[in-house]
Design a protein around this ligand. Structure first.
Ligand code: RIB
Ligand code: CA
Length: 322
């Protein structure tokens, strides 16, 4: 090849790399709002220069599916206008669950923040909507999972071909050492639907796990919100949400559970990612217990904060105007 052609090819390759590095990540968010889901979505709304948000789907978890669906309608209407949304599964994959986390997030899932009737158009089958987005996407799709993995397990079971076009699943779920927050041995999202987590973790789609320990460790004191301005819907929403969450680990704080999943994708510089294997227990006695075992050849990873000060400063500035 002549040196002119080589030079042209070299420039083409550089341009391609630049385009790739600047292209937005095509993403789907599956969530069970939930106050930390809501704050995580607001962080995502501040990072739409990095992502191409194709769908927000609701799952049952913190509160029942009709409430989490109403809450994603509110977000779509007020913070993500025009985004496609879809209603997810009412129940976990196997066990009929009576668990929820309304003691933490309130019966509305949004603490003391009151929303009226919602009319934002919502598709009625999240698995069908996810399949449609993924099979029609030119780029591989990244899934952000902020609740139990029921919808995603059902997607991979019903439409296994979608796995080929999913790049990664960032998921707030489980714990590193088998501890829990809803029981002594299980984190809430894993406990709510252990079978789904077990299935998804064995689908050869890389998972980036945001474990319970990270959320317990990264917290913001509620007193920070006292000085918050409340002129805009968003600021008022953030202040009321943050003040009304009832964290089991420390009622004077808000734990950054789901926020760490959004930031793992949008600001990975706050974390390190440890390659690992995932073990999910599904036997009834300890269903939802998880162990994340370090393995340098593992396809999965779990995140650990490397710069908590920078993380907190970013969240205070971006969400709490502090
Ligand atoms: O254990 C914390 C997780 O369970 C968070 O995602 C919270 O929103 C609940 O879904
Ligand atoms: Ca959640």
């Amino acid at each position: 090849m002549s040196s002119v052609n080589e030079a042209k090819q070299y420039i083409k390759n550089i341009e391609k790399q630049l385009v790739n590095s600047n292209t937005k990540k095509t993403i789907i968010v599956d969530c069970d709002p939930g106050i930390d889901d809501a704050l995580a979505l607001l962080l995502l709304a501040e990072n739409l220069d990095k992502v191409d948000l194709k769908l927000i789907s609701s799952c049952a978890g913190n509160t029942p599916i009709d409430i989490t669906t109403k809450n994603i309608q509110f977000f779509a209407e007020n913070f993500f206008n025009g985004v496609r949304i879809a209603k997810g599964s009412k129940q976990p994959l196997v066990k009929k669950n009576k668990t929820d986390a309304s003691d933490v997030h309130g019966l509305s899932g949004l603490g003391d923040y009151v929303i009226g009737e919602q009319h934002y158009p919502c598709e009625l089958n999240a698995v069908e909507s996810m399949k449609d987005v993924i099979l029609n996407s030119k780029e591989k799709v990244t899934i952000l999972a902020l609740g139990p993995l029921t919808n995603i397990a059902k997607l991979f079971i019903q439409y296994p071909e979608t796995k080929e076009n999913v790049e990664k699943i960032y998921s707030m779920i489980g714990s590193i050492n088998g501890d829990g927050n809803i029981t002594s041995y299980a984190e809430f999202n894993a406990y709510f639907d252990p079978e789904s987590f077990d299935i998804v973790s064995k689908c050869d789609v890389p998972m980036v796990i945001n474990p319970m320990e990270l959320g317990n460790e990264t917290r913001i004191k509620k007193e920070v919100f006292a000085k918050m301005p409340t002129e805009t819907i968003k600021d008022n929403f953030v202040k009321v949400l943050a003040e009304s969450i009832n964290e089991t680990v420390d009622p004077t704080c808000i734990c950054l559970y789901d926020l760490n999943t959004v930031l793992a994708l949008c600001h990975p510089e706050f974390y390190e990612f440890i390659p690992c294997d995932i073990k999910v227990f599904v036997n009834p006695e300890i269903g939802g217990k998880t162990i994340l075992e370090q393995n340098k050849n593992g396809i999965h990873a779990y995140q650990r904060v490397v710069d908590e000060d920078k993380l907190n400063k970013y969240i205070l500035k971006t969400l709490f105007k502090n």
